[in-house]
Design a protein around this ligand. Structure first.
Ligand SMILES: Cc1cc2nc3c(=O)[nH]c(=O)nc-3n(C[C@H](O)[C@H](O)[C@H](O)COP(=O)(O)O)c2cc1C
Length: 216
């Protein structure tokens, strides 16, 4: 028996339908809880799940920030990344889910989410925006490229990770214990998920860095 499939043509799809479909289909998504600084030095914190790592030499990650629904204005995080050129990605976990979720509220630009939500901060080493103390992993990033996508609603911010901070209970000096981090994942709609069961299989390919490639 061939199962039935609904067909939705992607060509010319309106933004609302496209969003609903894509956030339901591309799951689970990790959550980057991003801290930035505005020109006046206020700390902004907001979550972003359209996010992943994109390079290892050097380490880079990318996050897609949409224009604000309604007025189409730039979100505070996007504006701060453009102005300051630096941001910190704090890994969101089960422990930090409530505060992370609340930080997605549309606070006015002059209100610091860090202050409003009482988020403890730690200074960064290589960038100006601070880290969130409650996160077990914080990655200091320098903006590499901002790529405007499609019809202009979304911009992909690609950052080079210039420093990793790894809490001692999840990092043994070589490997990150991802399960011990208890990362939180975003699903479609109002749903989040924990890791669930973890499966182990032997690695069938060499990890990046051991290929012996010569560049240049
Ligand atoms: C779990 C979660 C994930 C989110 N992911 C994104 C995302 O990938 N891109 C985006 O533009 N907004 C995303 N949002 C919405 C922003 O967090 C929200 O617009 C926030 O108000 C932006 O804050 P800012 O103006 O301080 O930057 C997400 C919200 C939540 C709760």
């Amino acid at each position: 028996m061939i199962p039935e499939f609904a067909f939705v043509d992607g060509e010319g799809l309106d933004t609302a339908t496209a969003y609903r479909l894509i956030v339901g289909c591309v799951v689970p998504r990790p959550v980057a809880w991003i801290t930035t600084l505005d020109a006046a030095g206020r700390v902004n914190a907001a979550p972003f799940s359209s996010y992943n790592y994109v390079a290892t030499s050097p380490p880079m990650l990318a996050v897609n920030i949409a224009a604000r629904a309604g007025d189409g204005a730039m979100k505070d995080t996007a504006r701060n990344i453009r102005e300051i050129g630096e941001f910190v990605v704090n890994v969101a976990t089960e422990d930090t889910m409530e505060a992370m979720h609340l930080s997605a509220q549309e606070f006015p630009p002059e209100v610091s989410e860090a202050e409003a939500l009482g988020l403890a901060l730690l200074p960064s080493r290589n960038v100006r925006p601070p880290r969130l103390a409650a996160s077990p992993v914080q990655m200091e990033c320098r903006l590499d490229q901002a790529v405007v996508l499609g019809r202009g609603v979304n911009t992909l911010y690609i950052g080079e990770i210039v420093a990793f901070h790894l809490r001692s209970d999840i990092y043994d000096g070589k490997r990150v214990d991802s399960a011990a981090m208890r990362p939180i994942a975003r699903l479609g709609g109002p749903f989040y998920a924990g890791l669930g069961e973890v499966f182990e299989r032997p690695m069938l390919q060499r990890p990046p860095g051991s290929e012996g490639w010569k560049v240049g």
